[in-house]
Design a protein around this ligand. Structure first.
Ligand SMILES: Cc1ncc(COP(=O)(O)O)c(C=O)c1O
Length: 400
């Protein structure tokens, strides 16, 4: 048997008629940018997460950059984040000119350990960026308390965590602003790139809306005023009169922003899938329970099913093995795909060498990188396939 690590086709086939109908309708409607589906998706996602504002954008990396800028993180500021995450978390910090400061993780949740954060706060610290890695929420109550004590913004990287819950609240709605990715392998996945910012803060939402679309028009002016740039009232200062070709609000810019919009097509796809998200996440949770039951007696460290009252959305199911290369090779020979997330902790990435971290600086993140093996956990994994994976792992440990 072959068990792929991930399979995009199965979900597509399951939802094919509805997806294709929406895609064809969108093509016929010829409204490809900021069409009505984008507004509808934003309203649906805001309701799903329980936040006032959902602002869609081009991808999760942009969501992080926009959120950091909206939280006034500027060149030279420091942002504390996790070394055990996808590169984009720290890349976004560096991209806005700030400096990522890495603190070690909790070895159980694999998220930022709140107990280690405060020692890293300096006068230059502006924000904390916890990452809800593998769909497990970070300990946001503790992190928010530290942030409040030091007047820091909290930008939650919830790119892997849509649908996860922390003490009755949704991941991504737990800090000042949460960021999501709709990359095709995510729990809520587009047919291409997509991202979103979620916040209760009207000012952050306005700034993100302005910055994701060239800082123009009335939103751009409002955003510039929020930043203290003293933008004039656009009603008074726009140049020229609107006609069919020229929209003075659209072509009058108040901030240097970006072009990071979600396509109407992707919004339609995401609306179809959002209606199934809780069901898909429940199937992932069942798969996690089956792994737990099938592997509990082996010399592997398994992820806790509900750590400290949290409900992970099981973006990944990562086991910790003292023989990661051996286990990965054995499963590969048995036709089973695995994910090696993450092979290199971010503090040891080449590009961050000038920050001065060394091997041994953050031992728990380094150990997680040496040991973590992600198993197939997607909702469409059949029980027969999962049993095959469990049996293969059991064979490996019997033979080892
Ligand atoms: C934790 C984390 N942060 C940020 C990103 C960046 O998202 P995107 O690939 O949509 O830019 C991803 C996903 O790839 C991610 O997993």
């Amino acid at each position: 048997m072959k068990v792929p690590f991930f399979n995009l086709e199965r979900q597509y086939r399951a939802l094919q008629p509805e997806l294709e109908q929406r895609v064809v309708e969108t093509l016929r409607g010829c409204s490809f940018i900021e069409g009505p589906a984008v507004k509808a998706l934003e309203a649906e996602l805001a309701e799903y997460l329980g936040v006032r504002h959902a602002v869609t954008c081009g991808n999760g990396t942009d969501a992080l950059k926009l959120a950091l800028r909206a939280c006034r993180v500027r060149a030279g500021d420091e942002v504390i984040t996790s070394p055990f995450t996808f590169f984009a978390s720290a890349e976004a910090i560096a991209a806005v000119g700030a400096v990522p400061v890495f603190t070690d993780i909790d070895p159980v949740t694999l998220n930022l350990d709140p107990a280690r954060i405060e020692a890293a706060v300096t006068p230059r610290t502006r924000a904390i960026m916890p990452v809800d890695i593998f769909g497990v929420p970070a300990d946001m109550d503790a992190i928010n308390q530290i942030a409040n004590r030091h007047h820091l913004a909290v930008v939650e990287d919830a790119c892997q965590a849509i649908g996860a819950e922390y003490r009755g609240r949704k991941a991504g709605a737990l800090g000042d602003v949460g960021c999501f990715s709709f990359y095709p392998t995510k729990n809520l996945a587009a047919f291409g790139d997509g991202g979103m910012i979620a916040t209760d803060d009207d000012g952050i939402a306005t700034l993100c809306r302005a910055l994701k679309a060239h800082g123009n028009g009335k939103t751009g002016a409002k955003a510039a005023r929020l930043l203290g740039l003293d933008a004039d009232d656009p009603e008074l200062t726009v140049v020229g009169q609107a006609d069919g070709l020229y929209d003075p609000f659209k072509y009058y810019n108040y901030l240097v922003g970006d072009n990071s919009r979600l396509d109407t097509l992707q919004a339609e796809v995401l609306r179809v899938k959002l209606a199934h998200l809780d069901r898909f996440n429940a199937l992932r949770a069942e798969n996690a329970r089956r792994y737990q039951a099938g592997l509990a007696d082996l010399p592997l460290r398994l992820p806790p099913l509900e750590p400290d009252g949290m409900k992970p959305c099981w973006h990944q199911y990562a086991v910790m093995s003292e023989d990661k290369p051996g286990l990965v090779a054995f499963l590969g020979e048995a036709g089973i795909g695995t994910g090696a997330f993450y092979p290199v902790p971010l503090h040891l990435q080449k590009v961050f060498q000038p920050l001065g971290y060394r091997e041994g600086s953050l031992p728990l993140a380094e150990q997680a990188c040496r040991q973590s093996v992600c198993l197939p956990v997607y909702p469409e994994l059949s029980q027969e396939e999962q049993q095959y994976v469990i049996d293969a792992i059991r064979r490996f440990y019997r033979a080892a």
